[in-house]
Design a protein around this ligand. Structure first.
Ligand code: GDP
Ligand code: IMO
Ligand code: MG
Length: 427
C-alpha cells in the first residue's frame, strides 16, 4: 500500500491521533481532508502529550510533510497558536507544513454565529464545539465562503466580506447578538494572517497527487467519525463535513483509484459528545466508571463524553459506508478496567443505523465472559504482540472482526506510541 486513509468509525475521539502518530513513522506525507479545529487528536510522544486540532498528526516526525487539504475549514488564529505550541515542543521547525489555497477560512464571526445559534437552539441544540465549523461550511455551500486564496488579494477579500456582512449582521440583529461583522476590521486582521500564512500555501491537490505518483507513502487522516458524517451520520446531530473515507478524495483533490486501503478506528467501547442518538449509552454508575477508566473528556472542549458498550450495528454500518479494509481497535486496556463488559450485536425491532429510528433503538446487550479481572488491564497494557493478549481480549477482537467482516489491522493498548500491536502492514 502507498496511500492509506484512516478514519473514525464511531462518533469521533476513537484515537485517530494516537494511531496516525503510530503509523506516521513510515509515512512521507500526512494529510487532513476535512473538518477544522472541532477536532482534537491526542498524541503521546514519550512523556509529552500533544493535542492537534488542525495540524495533521504526523507532525511529531521531522521531515514528514503535513498537509491541510481543500476540504478543511481553517481558523488562522487557532492555527497560529497551534503551530507556535508545536514549535515550542520541538516540532515543525523545518518546512513540513503546507496549506491548500482552496481551504475555507473561519473568521471570528463564524465562531460568534456558532455560539449564538447554540444558545438559541434550546431543546434542538446540536452541542457543537462552537468553533465556527457549521457557519463556515454553510457559507461555503452558499458560495459566499472565503477561501485561503482570497486572503491574498485585498480587493477580492473586501468584496467577499461585504457579501457576508449583510446576512451575517442581519442574523446577529435578529437573534439579539451584540457582535457585528466589521469589514475593515476583518480586512486588517487578515492582513496580519497573510504575513505568516503565505509561505505555507500551495496547490495541495497537486502536491498529494505528485507524492502518490512518485511512490511516496501517503497517510490520510480523517477527523470526527462515521456517525457524525453530514450525509450518513445521525443527521441533524452531525458535523458539517464529510467524515467518511470517500471525503478524502474530494477533500484533497485525488481520485478514488489513488486509495489503496481504508482503516477505521474504533474504541473497544463507544463514546459520544454532543447531542444525538447513542443506543448503547450507559447512564449511571457503569457509564461513570467507563468515563473515569478511559478519561473520557473532550480533547477540544473538555466536555465529559457519554460512554457505552461497543455498538456493533453502528460499527458494521461505518465499515460499509467507509469501505473499510482494516479495523484499528483502541483502548482495550480501558475496557479491562471495567467490573463487567457487554457488547451489542443488534437492536430490537430490526432498527438499523442510518435511519431516524436509531433514536429509539433498543440495544440487545450480551455479557462478554472472561472480563472483570483487574489483572487483565495490566496484561493488556503490556502486550506488544497478539499472542501476548489474554484470551478474553483476543476473543473480543474476534467478535468485532466477525461481526463487521473486517480484519483487525492494529490494536492499541495504551495512549503511548509503543503501546501498539500491528497486525497488518500500513505501507
Ligand atoms: P481522536 O480525536 O480520535 O484523535 O481521539 P482523542 O485524542 O480525542 O481521544 C482519544 C483519547 O484516548 C486520547 O486521550 C488518547 O491519548 C487516548 N488513547 C488512545 N488510544 C488509547 C489506548 O489504546 N488506551 C488508552 N488508555 N488511551 C488511549
Ligand atoms: P475528533 O476529530 C467528537 C461533534 C460535536 C457535535 C457535532 C457538531 O476529535 O474525533 P461541530 O462543532 O463540528 O459543528 O459539532 O459534532 N464533534 C465531535 N465529537 N470528536 C470530534 O472530533 C468532533 N468534532 C465535532 O460534539 O456533537
Ligand atoms: Mg478528539
Amino acid at each position: 500500500m502507498s496511500t492509506l486513509v484512516v478514519v473514525g468509525a464511531q462518533w469521533g475521539d476513537e484515537g485517530k491521533g494516537k494511531v496516525v502518530d503510530a503509523l506516521a513513522s513510515r509515512a512521507d506525507l500526512v494529510a487532513r481532508f476535512a473538518g477544522g479545529n472541532n477536532a482534537g487528536h491526542t498524541l503521546v510522544v514519550g512523556s509529552k502529550k500533544i493535542v492537534t486540532h488542525l495540524v495533521p498528526s504526523g507532525c511529531a516526525y521531522p521531515g514528514t510533510l503535513c498537509v491541510l487539504g481543500a476540504g478543511m475549514v481553517i481558523d488562522p488564529e487557532v492555527f497560529r497558536q497551534e503551530i507556535t505550541a508545536l514549535q515550542k515542543s520541538g516540532m515543525l521547525l523545518g518546512s513540513e507544513l503546507r496549506v491548500s489555497l482552496d481551504a475555507h477560512v473561519i473568521f471570528p464571526f463564524h465562531r460568534w454565529l456558532d455560539g449564538l445559534r447554540e444558545d438559541q437552539h434550546g431543546a434542538t441544540k446540536i452541542g457543537t464545539t462552537r468553533r465556527g465549523i457549521g457557519p463556515a461550511y454553510e457559507a461555503k455551500a452558499a458560495r459566499r465562503g472565503i477561501r485561503v486564496r482570497d486572503l491574498l488579494i485585498p480587493e477580492r477579500l473586501r468584496a467577499r466580506l461585504e457579501l457576508n456582512a449583510g446576512p451575517v449582521n442581519a442574523e446577529f440583529e435578529r437573534c439579539g447578538g451584540e457582535d457585528r461583522l466589521d469589514v475593515d476590521a476583518e480586512l486588517a486582521r487578515a492582513t496580519g494572517w497573510v504575513v505568516w500564512l503565505r509561505p505555507l500555501l500551495c496547490d495541495a491537490g497537486s502536491l498529494v497527487d505528485e507524492a502518490i505518483r512518485g511512490g511516496k507513502r501517503v497517510l490520510i487522516e480523517g477527523a470526527q467519525g462515521a456517525l457524525l458524517d453530514l450525509d450518513h451520520g445521525t443527521y441533524p446531530f452531525v458535523t458539517s463535513s464529510t467524515t467518511l473515507a470517500g471525503g478524502a478524495c474530494s477533500g484533497l483533490g485525488i481520485g478514488p483509484t489513488a486509495i489503496d486501503g481504508v482503516w477505521g478506528i474504533t474504541k473497544a467501547y463507544a463514546t459520544r459528545v454532543g447531542a444525538g442518538p447513542f443506543p448503547t449509552r450507559l447512564d449511571g454508575p457503569l457509564g461513570d466508571a467507563l468515563r473515569r477508566a478511559g478519561d473520557e473528556f473532550g480533547a477540544t472542549t473538555g466536555r465529559p463524553r457519554d460512554c457505552g458498550w461497543l455498538d456493533l450495528p453502528a460499527l458494521r454500518y461505518a465499515a460499509r459506508r467507509n469501505g473499510l479494509t482494516g479495523l484499528c481497535v483502541t483502548k482495550l486496556d480501558v475496557l479491562a478496567k471495567m467490573p463487567e463488559v457487554s457488547i451489542c450485536r443488534s437492536y430490537a425491532d430490526g432498527v438499523t443505523p442510518g435511519t431516524d429510528e436509531l433514536e429509539l433503538a433498543l440495544p440487545i446487550l450480551e455479557r462478554v465472559s472472561g472480563w472483570g479481572d483487574p489483572i487483565l488491564a495490566q496484561r493488556i497494557a503490556e502486550a506488544r504482540r497478539l499472542e501476548d493478549l489474554p484470551a478474553p481480549a483476543r476473543a473480543y477482537l474476534d467478535i468485532i472482526s466477525e461481526e463487521t467482516g473486517v480484519p483487525i489491522a492494529l490494536v492499541s493498548v495504551g495512549p503511548g506510541r509503543d503501546q501498539t500491536i500491528f497486525l497488518s502492514e500500513a505501507f
